[in-house]
Design a protein around this ligand. Structure first.
Ligand SMILES: [Fe+2]
Length: 419
């Protein structure tokens, strides 16, 4: 993924930032603990990167944007890494072709871990006398690393699924026999405020906060379930061009989609799905996941509803927030909605919106190199909201804008309806 943005004013204290730095860096290692060095080198497609690359690139970010420009006398761990682990910052110079990251047998995983240790020690020492501009960049670097934690999970899931010897089946449990009934929450039309309200960290693409005029609308109380999506499939959802956008129908035909990514049909016609822990049954009560924007849009049309715009989604998330499954649950699949009222606005599955990813009125990318973080990707992608079961819970907020191309399916992306 490409997200990032310019630093916004941070209110975090120096000691809190130290603690957060250690916690975030530790989490990156914890989620990769069970992966062998060979696993961590895999790249299954150009859009996905090896675990080892993510671990090095997030470290490169702190070295390149903080230690090298701000810490007098800092000596890089290895001067070649400036090129090697640059993702897309063209103003920094060349970088390797994205699709060749799986060819990096060197440096070894052990060397990448040593690189992480080296930069961490230097950064923690530097934090003692760093000014506020540096503290803001550290906060940005931590949010950047949290974005990559989710990518580590989504990318290795795709890589392990793509290999011939997939992880063994485990007895992943059914999170519920039935989901909460789907109800609709009403919102009044009129002028609403959306965008970051100025409290705490946000990426630059969440600003400026601005007014939008909305018509009255309703939002579904939870994400679409596997059971509901199976009804769409049984009703010929993947065989009826009238349900699809033109580009979506082209994708269905050319890529032979007949189910969400990671679903496989048993001989008896039932379905199982690949998870981070191997295959498990497709349980009807759990949210449908790993669908593209095109599938979300076709499902919404089939069900006589539509996807929310990102502004509608945000207004609803502020008014009726609710939290589901996050990375810290360490199960990495979405759980069924339970309980009364609005569910799963945050966590479980990213929710595709009907909104293209474009600049808010008055948007200004940050000055300098870091301005490449977000603004240059504002074309040909759709906005997703709310975070997923692979998102760190401290990383998500109502104004957070994620974005992926409409055909992308390897993120933990699902559907919430509006009408
Ligand atoms: Fe990055």
């Amino acid at each position: 993924m490409t997200t990032t943005a310019a630093p916004q004013p941070t209110t975090i204290s120096r000691s809190a930032l130290r603690g957060r730095f250690s916690e975030v860096r530790h989490t990156s290692l914890r989620i990769t603990d069970g992966l062998s060095p060979e696993d961590q080198m895999l790249q299954s497609m150009p859009e996905a990167s090896p675990t080892k690359w993510h671990l090095a690139h997030t470290t490169w970010f702190f070295e390149t944007f903080i230690l090298q420009p701000y810490r007098p006398g800092y000596k890089p761990f290895d001067p070649r890494y400036k090129y090697l682990f640059n993702s897309y910052y063209k103003q920094l110079g060349a970088h390797p072709y994205r699709g060749s990251r799986g060819l990096m047998s060197r440096p070894s995983l052990q060397q990448v871990h040593a690189y992480r240790d080296y930069v961490e020690r230097a950064l923690l020492a530097f934090l003692e006398d760093a000014g506020n501009d540096v503290l803001e960049l550290v906060e940005l670097g931590l949010n950047h690393e949290q974005q990559h934690q989710e990518l580590i999970l989504t990318d290795i899931k795709h890589a392990l699924w793509s290999g011939p010897l997939r992880p063994d089946c485990v007895s992943a449990s059914n999170s519920a026999d039935s989901a909460s009934p789907l109800t609709w929450t009403e919102f009044e039309g009129g002028i609403h405020l959306v965008g970051h309200d100025g409290s705490g960290f946000a990426f630059d693409n969440e600003s400026p906060r601005h007014q939008v005029l909305l018509q009255p609308f309703q939002i579904a109380s939870r994400a679409v379930t596997n059971g509901e999506y199976l009804e769409f499939m049984r009703d010929g959802g993947y065989r009826r061009p009238e349900l699809w956008l033109s580009d979506g129908w082209d994708a269905v035909c050319s890529q032979r989609w007949d189910a969400p990514l990671y679903w496989e049909r048993h001989d008896d016609g039932s379905w199982r799905q690949f998870t981070m822990n191997g295959f498990k049954e497709v349980y009807p009560a759990e949210p449908v996941c790993h669908v593209s924007f095109y599938e979300a849009d076709a499902y919404a049309r089939w069900s006589s509803a539509r996807l929310p715009t990102e502004e509608e989604w945000e207004v609803a998330a502020v008014r009726v927030p609710s939290r589901g499954t996050f990375l810290e649950d360490y199960i990495f699949y979405p759980r069924a909605a339970r309980g009364e009222g609005n569910q799963q606005m945050f966590g479980d599955v990213w929710e595709w919106t009907a909104s293209p990813y474009i600049a808010y009125p008055g948007f200004q990318p940050a000055a300098g190199l870091i301005g490449e973080y977000n603004g240059k990707f504002m074309c040909n992608q759709m906005v997703l909201r709310g975070g997923s079961c692979a998102t760190p819970s401290s990383h998500i907020r109502a104004s957070y804008r994620n974005f992926f191309p409409p055909q992308a399916r390897w993120q933990f992306s699902g559907i919430r309806l509006a009408r």
